[in-house]
Design a protein around this ligand. Structure first.
Ligand SMILES: [Zn+2]
Length: 353
């Protein structure tokens, strides 16, 4: 066992060919899935079921669409973060049980009791639901593009910046109950993440197992603490703001990789370690890889404190000191040097936002 078990809300089933096994015991169930995932695996689904193909995770969309599925007995959520979150939201609002089948590890959605929904395009975490079980089918996960699975490690790397913010929070607003044991555990997780980089890059069974056990460890403590501040703080706030600034969806773990880069630098906390881990994992955090401009990046940083205060986000390093234009210039120059970014061709050298 890589991590101690500190709860029993998250039952993981590891194996292969799990879908026929799971659905053989179900009837009149609702599959909430990404379209291509459903097409790929529908032959493996047994018995009578309906399917809802996820369009987005806007609450208003789901409120409208859920009306069709009042009569189902249970929900099977199958896909990436969006499908799992939509499935969780629907199961909770239908008052039904949920079985989660993540098909890719790009985000820890299957291991969160909250769902990351959108209300008018802004990320809003809501709800509280625990799955009957989470089915980790090695063949299904390995059937997803490698870079998607690898990017999920970015969501684990978030512990590096978040645990620092949490300690800071515990000394100021104390909005999120602190635990030294969990803070130490987050450092252990980062160490083990480092040890498993080769496995994660290969997306072999050991890498998948490690990532899922790490997600489970976070999830079990989150159920106990009713928050997850050791893995979601300033880097997630910066991600929320980037989504707001850029008005486009991101691959979660990938954008978190970028935001850990900048927030660890801003915290002056294990920054070079974060850089090394991002490079060794091969998570593409370049402007081009993320499909953003330098202007958007600068704006995301320069408006981060306003965004945090406006959205009433938890106290982190973002509240503790100002993000100045000078700092942003320095940080973006370092970022471009670290990742060999010459220019995105759309902006001048310096931040103008
Ligand atoms: Zn996350």
């Amino acid at each position: 066992m890589i991590f101690p078990h500190v709860g029993d809300q998250f039952h993981l089933v590891y194996g292969r060919n799990l879908l026929p096994e799971l659905t053989a015991d179900l009837n009149n169930y609702l599959v909430v899935a990404d379209g291509f995932v459903y097409e790929k695996y529908k032959e493996q689904l047994k018995n009578n079921h309906q399917v809802y193909i996820v369009k987005d995770v806007e609450v208003s969309t789901l409120e409208q669409d859920i009306k069709e599925y009042d009569g189902v007995d249970t929900v099977v959520a199958m896909g990436g973060g969006m499908a799992i979150d939509a499935g969780k939201w629907m199961a909770e609002h239908l008052g039904k049980k949920i079985h989660s089948v993540p098909t890719v590890l790009s985000v820890n959605a299957a291991f969160c009791y909250k769902s990351a929904m959108r209300v008018k395009n802004v990320v809003t975490y809501m709800g509280r639901i625990f799955p009957e079980a989470i089915y980790i089918d090695f063949d299904i996960i390995q059937g997803a593009p490698k870079y998607l699975n690898i990017s999920g490690a970015g969501d684990l790397l978030a512990c590096l910046t978040a645990s620092y913010d949490w300690r800071l929070n515990s000394m100021v607003t104390k909005s999120h109950r602190f635990s030294q044991e969990i803070c130490d555990g987050a450092q252990y997780l980062l160490g083990m993440l480092s040890e498993n980089i080769d496995n994660i890059r290969e997306v072999n069974d050991d890498g998948i197992y490690f990532m899922c056990e790490a997600f489970r460890w976070v999830a079990e403590y989150s159920a106990k603490m009713n928050h997850t501040m050791w893995e979601s703080a300033s880097e997630h706030a910066f991600f929320d703001n980037m989504e707001y600034v850029c008005k486009k969806p991101f691959l979660h773990g990938q954008i978190i990789g970028l935001t850990v880069y900048f927030m660890s630098l801003f915290q002056d906390n294990q920054h070079e370690r974060a850089v090394m881990m991002l490079k060794r994992l091969g998570i593409d955090v370049t402007l081009e890889g993320l499909g953003i401009t330098e202007d958007q990046l600068c704006t995301g940083l320069l408006t981060l404190r306003d965004f945090t205060e406006r959205e009433g986000l938890r106290y982190t390093i973002i509240n503790a000191k100002p993000i100045t234009k000078e700092w942003v210039d320095m940080a973006v120059a370092k970022y471009k040097k670290d990742f060999g970014i010459v220019s995105d061709g759309q902006t001048a050298d310096k931040c103008t936002a």
